[in-house]
Design a protein around this ligand. Structure first.
Ligand code: 3H9
Length: 699
């Protein structure tokens, strides 16, 4: 629906105060009609003789979610945010921003141009532009720094975090917080200010929080984060802008910020991160389920109090949902609760959680050894050992005690969800919820849909994931689902590169240079080599893996058979002193021996080939996953890899990366590899089709 400016911002007068209500669904973003409406209504309020003050509020309990991201990269029409801010800043009548819901990005920047701000206690405020590869370009770096000082501004803008109204009050970002109706509170506030008379405060004119700032704080922040920010543009520009706010005048400061904003906007990372923003929202949607309602989830049972089960319990309790943690071994239950309490104590000590919030979350977790205690749970998540026999036993018991319609979920990362569901008489209620470790931290949640899961079960699982702050991605039932299936494939390719002449540290270095937080071999060492060793032995026993195939690299097996299990035993692919890893010459010697045994002449492999073969393996497998209907869309692969597998967010995900290279270029590379390794490389039909149309993944 296209809204006219006077619909996008409504006008009414209450008790001598003009109330400007922004109503621009879905989130009151600063789109062109809304900006026009604001200008129109500010002018109307200025001219209205019956009005002494102005309140700016958002309809449906939402303030403003920021600039309209859909307008990025398009030609701007209508008035600028700057002209609205100027009208707010120079208004003869006092203006109060009444903040409920979210005041984010350009939304908070609008409020900062008003002389006063009143917030509902449940409101959230923030400048999250960094997550889109941008900086707050509506004066945010200049006004926030002048309002709360450079340290506070660095923290808020670089983290992009959404802060609660009480924290905003403590920092001085808002003037008042109310538990009641925010519009009424803002009207009363505005009337009191109008009665007292101006002049009204202008943040840009303040210098008290920036005078005498030590330049070292900026140097320190740049030095501390240089590694983490490698390849990114926005974080460095943000630090420069905040520094500029400390020594430039308001006009020069705003100009400095504007130029920096455009540099970020023109960088490829902006397009990549905006792609990820919309892909995240798309990933939460299930095709073909329009009108299917999610069941309410008020209480959750968890079976298994190990590391995974206790992490899941925390993730859920943190969202205010009751949890019953079950383990039949009393020792495991006690250890699980101890782990949970210790984790909360660490977050309180680190300052990332208040004692009160930790106490409230802990109080929501009950323990039990008895399945009968799960009788009323709306959802039960099994997190026991990855063994089909044990899973069957758990699901049989759940089937016997759980109420009809309860969702029964398995946290399996590899097992067949249909086979798990077959242990119950209600496969329509069974689903996979694949959390990533540590479950209370990692954002990705793979929702695995078996053949029999009802649309209601799927929709409920997706809504539940969002409710507990996770990023859901829907996957079909296959070995490794989306994430681990791709990981397995690119691991194979990396192992092949090792036999041809590369080293683990070369491959890890290339991946790190590309932007992954760590390479695959460091990751394997961290996870422990013994678990995957056992999995491979089991697969070999069933014939699913041929240990003597030409392309099979036994390096991991040999390291493990030496008694080296990775970081936990001090040696794996690397040698460890604490967490510091260094290359092991023994591993290089083992690789030389393996290459000899396989009749492969080792040679130097360029970093470029290493990168291309690994990324092409990811993309080709990703395309097969979409082609088979395991993922709903190519962008879901991007979301899964950015949130669960360390793919650099500023590159938008592997499928986006491939589209940027040109799908035909990626296909040509894959065909080149196919000619060399026909049994390893078969180009995906979908990739071949999309490369031919030249229209990207969506065809
Ligand atoms: C900025 O402000 C730059 C300035 O500094 C410079 C100015 C010069 N625009 O997330 P949801 C859509 S940069 C357009 O599922 P929730 C979203 O795509 C901006 N559309 O809801 C979805 O559409 P659909 C800084 C937007 O309740 C629908 O709204 N601001 C925007 O879970 C619902 O979204 C941000 O980065 C937007 N700004 O969460 C805030 N935002 O239904 C970005 C959302 O078709 N937004 N949509 O899929 C958010 O963080 C969340 O959306 C919010 C609501 C917390 C507000």
């Amino acid at each position: 629906m296209v809204l006219s400016p006077d619909q996008a911002v409504r006008y009414d007068v209450r008790n001598g105060v003009a109330v400007l209500t922004i109503d621009f669904p879905p989130v009151n973003a600063l789109g062109a009609p809304m900006r026009e409406g604001m200008m129109l209504r500010l002018e109307q309020a200025r001219e209205d003789e019956g009005v002494d003050a102005i309140v700016l509020v958002g309809a449906n309990d939402r303030f403003i979610a920021g600039a309209d991201i859909r307008e990025f990269g398009k030609e701007k029409v209508g008035p600028s945010l700057e002209s609205i801010q100027e009208a707010l800043e120079t208004s003869v009548k006092p203006v109060v921003a009444a903040i409920d819901g979210h005041a984010l990005g350009g939304g908070l920047e609008t409020a900062l141009a008003a002389p006063f701000r009143v917030a509902a206690s449940r409101a959230k405020l923030g400048l999250p532009e960094i997550n889109l590869g941008l900086l707050p370009g509506g004066g945010g770096t200049q006004r926030l720094t002048r309002l709360i000082g450079p340290e506070g501004a660095l923290d808020l803008i670089l983290s992009g975090r959404h802060i609660a109204a009480v924290e905003a009050l403590r920092l001085g970002i808002v003037d008042e917080v109310t538990d009641g109706d925010v519009t009424e509170a803002a009207i009363a506030f505005a009337r009191a200010k109008a009665a007292k008379g101006g002049p009204w405060p202008i943040i840009l004119e303040r210098t008290d929080k920036v005078t005498g700032t030590d330049p070292k704080i900026f140097e320190d922040v740049r030095a501390k984060n240089a590694g983490k920010w490698k390849g990114m543009v926005a974080p460095f520009e943000i630090v420069n802008c905040i520094e500029a706010a400390c020594h430039l005048g308001p006009v020069e400061g705003l100009e400095f910020e504007r130029a920096a904003f455009w540099r970020c906007s023109d960088a490829p990372s902006r397009e990549a991160q905006v792609h990820l923003f919309f892909s995240e929202r798309a990933a939460a949607k299930v095709d073909g389920t329009k009108g299917v309602a999610a069941k309410p989830i008020r209480s959750v049972g968890i079976v298994g109090a190990g590391t995974m089960g206790s992490g899941i319990a925390m993730a859920i309790a943190n969202s205010g949902i009751e949890v019953t943690l079950l383990d039949s071994a009393k020792g495991a239950l006690d250890a699980g609760m101890e782990r949970i309490a210790k984790n909360y104590a660490t977050s309180v000590a680190r300052g990332s959680r208040t004692q009160d919030a930790a106490d409230k979350a802990l109080a929501l977790i009950e323990t039990t050894p008895d399945y009968a205690a799960l009788a009323n749970a709306d959802l039960v998540i099994e997190a026991v050992f990855e063994d089909m026999g044990i899973k069957h036993e758990v699901f049989r018991r759940l089937d016997a005690v759980c109420k009809p319609g309860a969702v029964l979920a398995s946290n399996t990362s590899a097992l067949d969800i249909d086979e798990i569901a077959s242990a119950t008489g209600r496969p329509q209620d069974v689903i996979g919820l694949h959390f990533f470790s540590p479950a209370n931290v990692m954002k990705l949640l793979e929702v695995v849909r078996g053949d029999h899961a009802s649309p209601e079960t799927v929709v409920t699982a997706m809504a539940f994931a969002k409710r507990i702050g996770k990023q859901p991605v829907l996957a079909g039932n296959c070995f490794g689902f989306i994430g681990n299936r791709i990981l397995h494939r690119y691991g194979e390719e990396a192992d092949l590169l090792l036999m041809e002449g590369a080293t683990p540290w070369q491959i890890d270095g290339v991946l790190k240079e590309f932007g992954f937080p760590m390479g695959i071999y460091l990751m394997r060492d961290m996870a422990g080599l013994d678990v995957s060793y056992r999995v491979r032995r089991n697969k070999a026993a069933t014939g699913a893996l041929n240990l003597s195939a030409d392309t099979y690299n036994p390096i991991a097996d040999r390291i493990c058979e030496n008694g080296d299990h990775g970081q936990k035993t001090g040696e794996g692919y690397y040698a460890y002193v604490g967490r510091n890893a260094s290359p092991r010459p023994q591993v290089e010697a083992m690789l030389a021996e393996i290459s000899r045994e396989k009749g492969i002449e080792r040679k130097a492999i360029s970093d470029e080939e290493v990168l291309w073969r690994i990324l092409a393996a990811i993309v080709n497998e990703g395309a097969k996953i979409v082609e088979e209907g395991i993922a709903q869309r190519a962008s879901d692969i991007d979301v899964a890899y950015a949130h669960g597998y360390g793919f650099p967010k500023y590159r938008g995900g592997p499928m986006f990366w491939a589209a940027q290279q040109g799908l035909d270029t990626v296909l040509t590379k894959i065909m080149e590899y196919q000619a060399r390794y026909p049994d390893r490389w078969q180009p995906s039909d979908l990739l071949a089709d999309r490369a031919a149309t030249g229209k990207g993944w969506e065809g």
